[in-house]
Design a protein around this ligand. Structure first.
Ligand SMILES: NC(=O)c1ccc[n+]([C@@H]2O[C@H](COP(=O)([O-])OP(=O)(O)OC[C@H]3O[C@@H](n4cnc5c(N)ncnc54)[C@H](OP(=O)(O)O)[C@@H]3O)[C@@H](O)[C@H]2O)c1
Length: 389
């Protein structure tokens, strides 16, 4: 049984964003507009301004940069630290917004995502942490109401979405997500403890914000993507796996009951999945460089090099408390690593300690938003108060 079974073309979502204003199909609010995803979403919207209209942009602190990005489209701007988090919620709920692009990293994206879904908006979701800490809430809301309105932006999940179009979803045997392996894929294991933030931020194939780039070096990111695939496509964890694929040209593969495997390939460029999510079901021109088939290689994930991947999967098997705790721990650990206060290889230990905190939590199998946010705060408090990070 698949979450998106009611969408016969394999889309995990439905929910049109058809505007009643001429040709424009969707009026967009871009959350995290000054970031990597946000800027690329604005680029896509600008290139397809006949179909997509920017009406609102948000950021955390970069007011000036956000104003500059909003100028051409005359979109309104919300700066979370200046205007308050509730102003972001008001933006996603606004009558003139059809589609909300969620490009805010961390648990901060959870409330706006749920508010957008509650208000009947279509959500193009890049923020995987939202599904890690509150996948059950997102799925519940995306399912209810007139249509399913959740569009994956992460390249691997966009690839799955494309591979599943037109397929009978009950015939899916397993899915495979690919991982570049990050900047330390070939670094000798004994050198890993000394790796600096500067080195960790040099991702070999993708140019992304700092949090997700460090998460790609530890493979926390790939663990999160397994959880994301579970919630987006209602796949059991046993049917989702990942391999190292250094070229980042194959984004995901689906194996069917008859042994056939479908894959989606493209140059690593986030404008493609963003455009797919915003213009779905249309495929239109894009500036993405055309793929040249080079030697493709696939390798298993080495748990000694990537202990964080194993820990995230362990959290997924334990349930919401463990996932919320690991997410909070990772946000803190990555921040400390980026400031030079924590060794790269110490990140895994922080996640382990978070699992310990979660094991004593009474949080149930489907916590509500307030319980998620309260437990997130508790984990952060405990980790910092007891100098566990
Ligand atoms: N970048 C990619 O290629 C990529 C690919 C797949 C998935 N993702 C996911 O997409 C999300 C965004 O990643 P990114 O790389 O675009 O991040 P990023 O470049 O660091 O940008 C983050 C954006 O979010 C804003 N922001 C940060 N914290 C906020 C808060 N507490 N409240 C409101 N706004 C906040 C930032 O505003 P300021 O500029 O004012 O700080 C900025 O606009 C992450 O969940 C990531 O895992 C990213």
């Amino acid at each position: 049984m698949f979450y998106h079974q009611s969408a016969p073309d394999g889309a995990p979502v439905g929910g049109g964003a058809a505007g009643d204003n001429g040709q424009v199909q969707a009026r967009l609010a871009v959350l995290g507009a000054t970031g990597s995803i946000g800027r690329q979403a604005i680029e896509v919207a600008t290139a397809h301004r006949d179909r997509l209209r920017l009406v609102g942009l948000s950021c955390r602190t970069s007011a000036e940069a956000c104003d500059a990005l909003a100028r051409d489209a005359r979109a309104r701007v919300v700066v979370a630290e200046r205007d308050g988090d509730d102003a972001v919620i008001d933006l996603v709920r606004a009558d003139d917004v059809d589609v909300v692009v969620v490009g805010i990293p961390g648990i901060a994206a959870l409330r706006p995502t749920l508010a957008a879904l509650d208000a009947g908006k279509t959500v193009a979701i890049a923020a995987k942490e939202v599904l890690v800490v509150g996948g059950h809430l997102v799925r519940e809301r995306a399912r209810q109401g007139a249509g399913e309105r959740l569009r994956p932006v992460d390249s691997e999940h966009c690839a799955l979405w494309q591979c599943l179009r037109g397929e009978d979803l009950d015939t899916v045997e397993s899915v495979t997500l690919t991982a570049s392996g990050g900047p330390f894929r070939d670094t000798p294991l004994e050198a890993l403890p000394g790796m600096s933030a500067e080195r960790a931020l040099q991702h070999p194939t993708w140019h992304m914000g700092p949090k997700v780039t460090v998460d790609s070096a530890t493979l926390v990111n790939k663990g999160y993507e397994v959880i994301e695939a579970h919630w987006l496509f209602d796949l059991p964890y046993t049917a989702v796996n990942a391999v190292i694929h250094p070229q980042s040209l194959v984004h995901a593969l689906v194996r069917f009951a008859d042994g056939s495997v479908k894959a989606q390939l493209a140059d690593p460029d986030m404008r493609l999945p963003i455009q797919y999510a915003l213009l779905y079901p249309e495929r239109l021109e894009s500036p993405v460089r055309r793929l040249e088939l080079r030697d493709l290689s696939f390798l298993p994930i080495d748990p000694a090099r990537y202990p964080c991947y194993t820990i995230v999967l362990e959290a997924a098997s334990q349930g919401p408390a463990a996932m919320i705790a690991v997410n909070a721990a990772d946000e803190i650990a990555v921040e400390r690593f980026l400031h030079g206060d924590l060794a790269f290889t110490a990140i895994a230990g922080v996640l382990e300690r978070a699992l310990g905190i979660a094991s004593r939590s009474p949080l149930g199998a489907a916590p509500d938003l307030a319980s998620i946010l309260a437990f997130d705060r508790e984990v952060r408090r405990e980790l910092t108060a007891k100098a566990m990070v």
